[in-house]
Write a protein that binds this ligand. Structure first.
Ligand code: SF4
Length: 337
């Protein structure tokens, strides 16, 4: 059989992408205390990196998911003024290198970074991310004890990523009490950023879901409300920006409605969700079946979308080409689990 090329896979209507992903958590220790967070552990004042992920454990996590091309580094944050900040960054770099050595592509989401920190990680990462989350009083209340979530800090960070030319993921956390006008303004902010820098490869439209022992399904009214926002995002954001929905936070049988409204990407999918552990990930086989019934195709991609790969340093482009070849070969050898 002839090898599958990227053009074969992504060409034509109906392609809905996802990134086979594995998550490394460098530390859950975080100096912020966002109102909705159950991921964080309070920072140990003596050593905020006391729970840092050792290399051996990181290798074991990667080894358990050999087909995942993306390594999501999802970290709690160390204060920029902390004497431990340098060691925290060194840990992120070390884990990025470890992902590299395993032939994967790191994607770091570790909160706001200084220019030098972001540039250093940008030399090792195929893409990076930071949620805008939203703007307005509902978010201000949730972030009262989260200094790095101040709106001006997040906006400066998204600008900085654009200036550095880093393929970037941002997004909104929806359903925390924000108004429709707040949502519209947040989408317009992201659209302006994209028109200026062109680096936003994807915007996540993430429904807020409460933590607990079991998943709380979105009601029909909540789905209808969010479908309106997806459609508005599609109208507001430039067409090259992919719209992403985490599929474990949306009822599986209603996914085609979200796709019809404008979602074209399901993001990085690991075997579980470390942020929302009560919300199990559908398997790619389940997703593919639901999509096929509505005329869509589920196709795997790297963490960096094809249109942004030429932005990357030559060494990362080379690693991306190798990872993409393996990913495309896996389409015919499947199935994914
Ligand atoms: S910054 Fe992230 S890890 Fe820290 S408290 Fe907020 S949501 Fe949790």
């Amino acid at each position: 059989m002839a090898p599958i090329s990227p053009a074969d896979v992504y060409r034509g209507g109906g392609a809905i992408t996802w990134s086979p992903s594995v998550t490394l958590v460098p530390t859950r220790s975080c100096f912020n205390a966002c109102g909705y967070c159950s991921f964080r552990r309070p920072a140990n004042p003596v050593d905020p990196l006391a729970d840092a992920l050792p290399d051996g454990e990181a290798r074991a996590v990667l080894g358990a998911r050999p087909q995942a091309a993306e390594v999501l580094l999802l970290s709690g944050e160390v204060s920029p003024s902390s004497p431990h900040r340098r060691a925290w960054l060194a840990r992120l770099q070390a884990l990025s290198r470890l992902a590299w050595a395993a032939g994967r592509l790191p994607h770091t989401n570790a909160g706001p970074l200084s220019l030098a920190e972001m540039a250093a990680l940008g030399r090792l990462n195929a893409s990076m991310g930071l949620m805008l989350e939203g703007l307005g009083p509902a978010y201000d209340a949730l972030h009262r004890r989260a200094p790095s979530k101040r709106l001006e800090v997040r906006l400066a960070q998204l600008e900085q990523a654009g200036r550095l030319g880093i393929p970037f993921t941002s997004g909104l956390l929806l359903g925390v009490g924000e108004s429709q006008a707040d949502r519209r303004e947040a989408l317009e902010v992201l659209a302006r950023l994209q028109r200026r820098w062109g680096h936003l490869q994807e915007v996540i439209l993430q429904p807020f879901r409460p933590d607990g022992a079991t998943a709380e399904r979105l009601t029909a009214a909540e789905q209808a409300d969010l479908l309106g926002t997806i459609a508005e995002a599609r109208r507001t954001l430039p067409p090259e920006v992919h719209l992403q929905m985490p599929p474990n936070l949306w009822p599986l049988e209603a996914l085609p409605a979200a796709l019809a409204a404008g979602i074209d990407d399901l993001g990085g999918i690991d075997s579980g969700d470390v942020i929302n552990p009560a919300y199990p990930q559908p398997t790619p086989t389940e997703l593919a079946a639901v999509l096929a019934r509505s005329g869509y195709r589920l196709v795997p991609r790297l963490c960096v979308h094809p249109a942004w790969q030429s932005w990357l340093p030559a060494a990362i482009q080379e690693q991306a080409r190798r990872a993409e070849s393996r990913l495309l070969a896996s389409i015919s050898s499947g199935p994914w689990s």
